[in-house]
Design a protein around this ligand. Sequence first.
Ligand SMILES: [Zn+2]
Length: 403
Amino acid sequence: MKYLLIIGDGMADYPVEALNGKTPLQVANKPNMDELAFKGRSGILRTIPEDMTPGSVVANLSILGYDPKKWYTGRGPFEAATRGIRLGKNDIAFRCNLVTEENGVLVDYSAGYITSNEGRELVRCVEENLGKPNEIDFCAGVRYRNLLILRNDSYSDDVLCTPPHDALGAKISEILPRAKTPAAEFTVATLNRMIFDSKRILEDHPVNVNRVALGKRPGNMIWPWGQGKKPSIPTLQEKCGISGAVISAVDVVNGIGIYAGMEAVTVPGATGYYDTNYEGKADYALEALKNHDMVLIHVEAPDEAGHSGDHDQKIKTIEDLDRRLLGRMLRGLDQECTIAVLPDHATPIKVRTHTKDPVPFTICSPLIEPDEVKCFDEVSARKGGFGFLERGEMFMQLFVVTR
Ligand SMILES: [Zn+2]
């Protein structure tokens, strides 16, 4: 048996007034997801424990069968894994956004969705000015998503950092990193100094001067958050006896896959945005399925549409995922396969950020008895034969069924 796990990031939503009280999943034309729900069995899954912050790392760990309370150590170390950055036992990895600051206020968590080339130049400049060999490393990533690694035993990860996408419009002085324990004071002082120094260094950088001249937002400040030390989780093979590959444009999802012993497959043109290469992801997934038992395909675009509060765009990302990715794969599959579709968490249009609401899921397998559910959406899944799974880790036990 092969396994296809398709995750539409942030796909779940609340009823939208402009859609006559329906959710984007209910409105979208998505015959392939509906067919899986019709032939399969659905349910509702809590991917975010009540007392944890909703986000993709926690949610995707849950889905892959890892209790996030036990294994979640912050987003940074998972992103580091993706880039092949080795973390020592006490090293601390932070996600380090390039953001836009204006008059003491955080106005953009992505510096106007800055390009990777521009971002790389800015990060190189920060590294040259603020980096220290074997102690403070800045690593450029995709677009605004970079990393900061602190590699000295005098640093602590007991720091309260603010995710920049949750603090748009906030005064910088009110959202700076804070120490949770006295031992973290030195770390916080270092971080805050670097945040302000980065503004001075980046403000007049040619990349930013050019962006401003073109009416784009500059990447004029670094913003560290999501820090942690490296986790040591058991692999998928050790846990479920299967091998796996992961296909995602998002570093952190690849990072989870790598810690779980999966192969991270790079697809040309996969962007993590509306313009991602859906067809390429489908083709590479089918190819990866030849060498692995399971392939996880993650699509970030619905989450981006949720964050921007654009319901039409969100519907389009769901339709693209359905037709250009899922439909193409279903046509190309030539062996017995269990297929699951689900969001990792909800990113409702109304709140424009992640929520803890349980998500709908459907599993279609020759080994699983179908239920009465005919469509894939938040409302239909509530009547599903799997019912309500309180713990996210239970999903894998239902998904990976072997003869
Ligand atoms: Zn997510």
